[in-house]
Design a protein around this ligand. Structure first.
Ligand code: NI
Ligand code: MN
Length: 226
């Protein structure tokens, strides 16, 4: 069984009992994160892109846990330059890690280290196959038709999708994404952290249910079993 924890924004933790995998570990400055970066344990950190609200506390957490950072080439190189152990990947590529498989997908967004103006490769989404379950974290993205292909080629148990609008999909586009992905359960993310991404997860849930699909709103700091 997997324990999935929502640390707020796009920061999620997958705990298999044997491995802890963090995605987009944004704790410092994340008003919904109930845990400090210093108290977070991780074996692997998967990054969707370089923006501060996703790269977050990667360097501190990776170093204090000797965790491996998994990201697209340029971003992995950057993390490596900051002293992190890394595994470089590219969009469309898959790799077998000790905990399971990781495959990066496209995402329509941008990716740079804003503070330093550095190009960080393409933004990505990620498909993680672990303990017989498939989890798709879309990263920051607008809606795209290839989500149909992702849904066709993967039996997605859990899809983590942004609903905050402005920088990413809003609610209606995310509902369309649920339809395209044909996922068993959708979980909203990337909302209410900043005023421009205020959005109602319950409205998303109602709309997902209205098309006959399941949605779970994981309260910030809480976990579900998968
Ligand atoms: Ni972003
Ligand atoms: Mn973001």
């Amino acid at each position: 069984m997997l324990k999935i924890t929502n640390h707020g924004h796009s920061a999620f933790e997958i705990n298999s009992g044997k491995y802890i995998i963090l995605i987009d570990p944004f704790f410092t400055g994340n008003k919904h994160a109930g845990t400090k970066a210093a108290d977070i344990k991780a074996d692997y950190i998967i990054l969707t892109h370089a923006h501060g609200d996703h790269f977050g506390d990667t360097v501190e957490i990776a170093k204090s846990n000797n965790a491996e950072v998994i990201a697209v080439h340029e971003l992995a190189n950057y993390a490596n330059s900051k002293g992190c152990k890394v595994h470089n990947m590219g969009i469309g590529g898959q790799w077998d890690f000790p905990f399971g498989k990781v495959k990066f997908t496209i995402a329509h967004h941008s990716s740079s280290m804003e503070s330093e103006g550095l190009y960080m490769g393409e933004p990505a989404g990620v498909i993680i196959t672990i303990e017989g379950k498939t989890i798709y974290h879309s990263g920051d993205t607008g809606l795209f038709l290839d989500m149909k292909l992702i849904g066709e080629m993967n039996s997605i148990d859990l899809a983590l999708l942004p609903i905050g609008d402005n920088f990413t999909m809003g609610i209606d586009d995310a509902v369309k994404a649920v339809e395209f992905l044909n996922c068993k359960t959708a979980v909203p993310m990337h909302y209410d952290t900043f005023p421009v991404i205020n959005s109602d997860p319950e409205e998303f849930k109602r709309k997902v249910e209205s098309i006959g699909r399941k949605c779970v709103v994981i309260p910030f700091g809480s976990s579900i079993d998968l």
